[in-house]
Design a binder for this molecule. Sequence first.
Ligand code: GLY
Length: 348
Amino acid sequence: MEGVIISTDIRNEVSKAIASCPHDKLFILTDTTTQSLCLPLIEDLDCLSGSHHISIGPTDEHKNIDTLTAVWSLMVGYGGTRHSLMLNLGGGMVTDLGGFAASTFKRGIPFINIPTTLLSMVDASVGGKTGINFNGLKNEIGVFNQPFRVLIDTQFLHTLDSQNIRSGYAEMLKHGLISTPEHLSELLSFDIEHPDLSKLGEMVGRSVEVKEKIVESDPLEHGLRKALNLGHTVGHAFESFALKKTPVLHGYAVAWGLICELYLSCVKTGFPTSIMRQCVQFIKETYGAFNITCDDYPTLFELMTHDKKNTSGSINFTLLSDVGGIEINQTASKDEIYEALDFFREGM
Ligand code: GLY
């Protein structure tokens, strides 16, 4: 497992991490947003002098093969070798795409992730999942490959708008649901409307710990790591569905997916209805509505059948029997999924 370092001194951590990874060329990948908001915090460091900066378009719509090709081409053009190093400074799109570019360039060069969004701090940058979207499907192409280091500095939270705070917070809620009642109650009682960013920074540490422990025990997702997919079977379908009309942030789709999957958890694995209702209330207040109609169910169901976790034709879910009561490898019939979508639609 990679070293995840949580610090309030990103400049020092970047210098130390780069010094401990000998390299010939250094590439810094940003998107245009982190180029202007985050790169200035570190770009004058001595350890970055002579590095090659590559900037890509922001948002998930750029997480595709064309962007990847452009990044590979620049790495070749700048004379990259298999002894080069990549520094990914950005949200999940940059760390996923940059991690994949690094993992495949000359059969793989090391990479360091510096997550700048809440989503990327608590989820995307940690755990070694890299990749791109393909043919309208999220993260369809990619590899598991652990970063050399993940350097988290919560001062980057100050660069985020409230939508991006909320998006990352959905993954934190998921970590609460799969860990302990205390962790979940702290999350459900946090004032996300007016977030205290120093308190949120402390909560990031606890959230990352939940993920790290799980990834350490099952890095390649053969078993327990599937717990981290709670909310994502339906969430990814919502996200891919929205891509065709108005894209939504990943965490919003996950939060809405959690509503459906907590409903399935109540029906199929005995999750307490009262806790499900508390979570649904929080999600409705925080993430608002995602409008679907019954006519959309076949498309959403079809999208769920493409989920990477599925085996032999059945749709794979991670459900819960209680907070922390993880039930991996659950399935649900089409009727049960439609019922969960009814519950979602009627509650919006
Ligand atoms: N985002 C879920 C995982 O890293 O496994």
